[in-house]
Design a protein around this ligand. Sequence first.
Ligand SMILES: Nc1ncnc2c1ncn2[C@@H]1O[C@H](COP(=O)(O)OP(=O)(O)OP(=O)(O)O)[C@@H](O)[C@H]1O
Ligand SMILES: [Mg+2]
Length: 253
Amino acid sequence: MSATKMSTTPILEVKAVSRYFGKFRALNNVSVSFQPGELTAIIGPNGAGKSTFFNVISGGVPPSEGQVWYEGRDITRMAPHDFARNGIAKSFQITNVFKQLSAHENVRVALQMGVARFELLRPRDAYGELIDKADALLERVGLTSSRNKPAGDLAHGQQRSLEVAMALACDPKLLLMDEPTAGMSPQETTVMMDLIRQLAQERTVILVEHKMKLVMNLCNRLIVLHHGELLAEGTPDEIRNNSEVKRVYLGKS
Ligand SMILES: Nc1ncnc2c1ncn2[C@@H]1O[C@H](COP(=O)(O)OP(=O)(O)OP(=O)(O)O)[C@@H](O)[C@H]1O
Ligand SMILES: [Mg+2]
C-alpha cells in the first residue's frame, strides 16, 4: 500500500470531534480521515484519549461535538447494532467471549447475531453453512485445534484471537481494534501482529495501541494523540522523527 494520499472517498472521516466528561475534554477538536485499505494505529501515552477516540468511531460513545462519517455518510448517531450491518466491526480491549461455550460455539453465536441472511436459507442448509463458516473463521485466526475447547480454557492470547474471529463474523470492511495485544506474552503478541497484518490485506484496519515500537513496523500510518488532541499524523518514519512526538514519549506520560 502506497503511503501517498489517494483521491478516493475516505472510508472513515472524523470531523472536528470533541468529547467531554463533565468539564474534562478527553478529545478536543480532532479531525482525521482514513483511506480504504490503510492499516493505521492510534497511539499516544496513557490518558491521551485513544480509547475515547475508539469508542467514538465505533459508536460506543457519542461525540459531544463534531461528526463521524463512514463511506461518505454521517454515522454520528447510528445505532450500535447497525455498525456490523454496515461493515464496521470492533474487537475490544476487554475479552468479550462466552467462557463456557466452545471456541466454535462462540463464533457461531457471533455469526447468528450479525448475519440475518442465514434465516433466508432452509434450516438444514443454514445450519451447515453456519458450521462451515465458523470453522473457516477459526482457521483464519489459527484456532482450528482449539475448536471444541471451552473459551475460558484457552490461553489469553487465544481468547483475543477468538474475539477477532467473532469480529470478523460480519465480514467487515473496517475492523477496529482496541489494544489487540494487551496483556499478551511476547510470543502471543507476534502471533497477533501477524494476524493483523494478514487481515489488513483484505480490509481497512484501525487499531489503538500505546506501545509505539510495536506498531512502527506494522502500520502504513500513525495518528498520535496527546491530552485529547491530534499531536501528529504520518508514516512511521515521519512519526519516528517528529520532535513533538519524541518529547511526549521521552518525557513522563
Ligand atoms: N467515562 C469517563 N468519565 C470520565 N473521564 C473519562 C471517561 N473515560 C475517559 N475519561 C478520561 O479521559 C481521558 C482519556 O481517557 P482514555 O481512556 O480515552 O485514554 P487512553 O489513551 O485510552 O489511555 P490508556 O492508554 O490508559 O488506555 C483520561 O484522563 C480519562 O480519565
Ligand atoms: Mg485506552
